[in-house]
Design a protein around this ligand. Structure first.
Ligand code: FAD
Length: 274
């Protein structure tokens, strides 16, 4: 069976904490290989990420992996966080550059995720399994696809054990990217990041920012359903399940679901996959 993992974001108040607890409980029965929790670049979720990781591993018994974005951080701050995570029993980390929130001036001691990966390896040897991000549809700031791939390879050469992709809705973009990465000498597993569809207008906004393309036919069909939320969700779940099926058949080593702390959009896809 294809391994799966779930990504959450750190709740900041009691309502959000209760929602995550419900979601974690519902998703547990799918036996994820691990779950992860995002980190606000510049430290905006600093304490919440740690708190969430501890709750996910202690209360819900997940293998929980913190995301760590280095932009805006100093070497001392990042070193302290890594030690905290190690002391909390974490063995896996998702290492990122992150995007500095607008208005935050100080870029910090790390320029790119490659620097963070190298730092983790230098400080902690092989203790952490390190995942990095990659972009089948090209990172929005990259000059072109070839340069972006070169930077991805540098990140892996610095010591990453695996990669999770930005979400995409075009399976061919993933297959082509994996092919190019293999030809460039990248050998680590490249796991598709899957974004189930629940709120389509929110997804459109998100996608513009991160460069994920939503196929025109899907946009048009979603628009045709107007405010009929149930139809939109059903169409989205059918479409994403079909995408997952193609990815699995094409050799994807695992699937990583961006849950947005909701269980239903992800379980609708998993139920369709049987
Ligand atoms: P990098 O690998 O550093 O790449 C960023 C850009 O710099 C790319 O365009 C790359 O081509 C370029 N680049 C890389 N190295 C060099 C170099 N040596 N010289 C010149 N250019 C270079 N964001 C968060 O804030 N918190 C999260 O928890 C989070 N989780 C994520 C999880 C996944 C799976 C993914 C795919 C993304 C996540 N993000 C998160 C978003 C991510 O932080 C942004 O996409 C960010 O813009 C890039 O981060 P990166 O780690 O890919 O950066």
């Amino acid at each position: 069976m294809t391994p799966i993992s779930f990504e959450f974001y750190p709740p900041k108040n009691d309502d959000q904490r209760a929602q995550l607890a419900r979601t974690a409980k519902r998703l547990k029965r799918y036996r994820p290989e691990y779950v992860s929790c995002t980190f606000g670049a510049g430290g905006s979720t600093l304490s919440y990420t740690g708190e969430t990781i501890r709750a996910l591993s202690r209360e819900h018994r997940f293998d929980a992996a913190p995301h760590l974005s280095c932009v805006g951080g100093t070497r001392a701050e990042i070193a302290a966080l890594l030690q905290d995570y190690r002391d909390a029993g974490c063995h896996r980390i998702v290492a990122l550059r992150g995007d500095l929130p607008s208005g935050m001036g100080h870029p910090g001691d790390f320029r790119h995720a490659t620097d963070l990966v190298a730092f983790i390896r230098a400080e902690h040897g092989d203790h952490f399994h390190i995942e990095v991000a990659c972009y089948p549809e090209v990172h929005p700031q990259a000059e072109d696809a070839i340069i972006d791939l070169r930077h991805f390879k540098a990140k892996v050469d610095a010591g990453a054990d695996g990669a999770i992709t930005q979400y995409f809705y075009n399976a061919d973009a993933y297959f082509r990217f994996v092919e190019d990465a293999r030809a460039a000498g990248v050998e680590v597993p490249i796991v598709p990041g899957i974004m189930p569809i629940s709120n389509f207008s929110q997804l459109r906004r998100f996608s513009e920012g991160c460069g994920a393309e939503i196929p025109r036919w899907l946009r048009k069909r979603m628009a045709a359903h107007g405010d009929d939320v149930d139809s939109i969700r059903a169409l989205g779940a059918d479409f994403v399940a079909e995408l997952c099926r193609r990815l699995i058949e094409g050799g994807a080593p695992a699937l990583h679901f961006y849950t947005l702390n909701l269980s239903r959009p992800t379980t609708s896809v998993l139920e369709r996959l049987g």
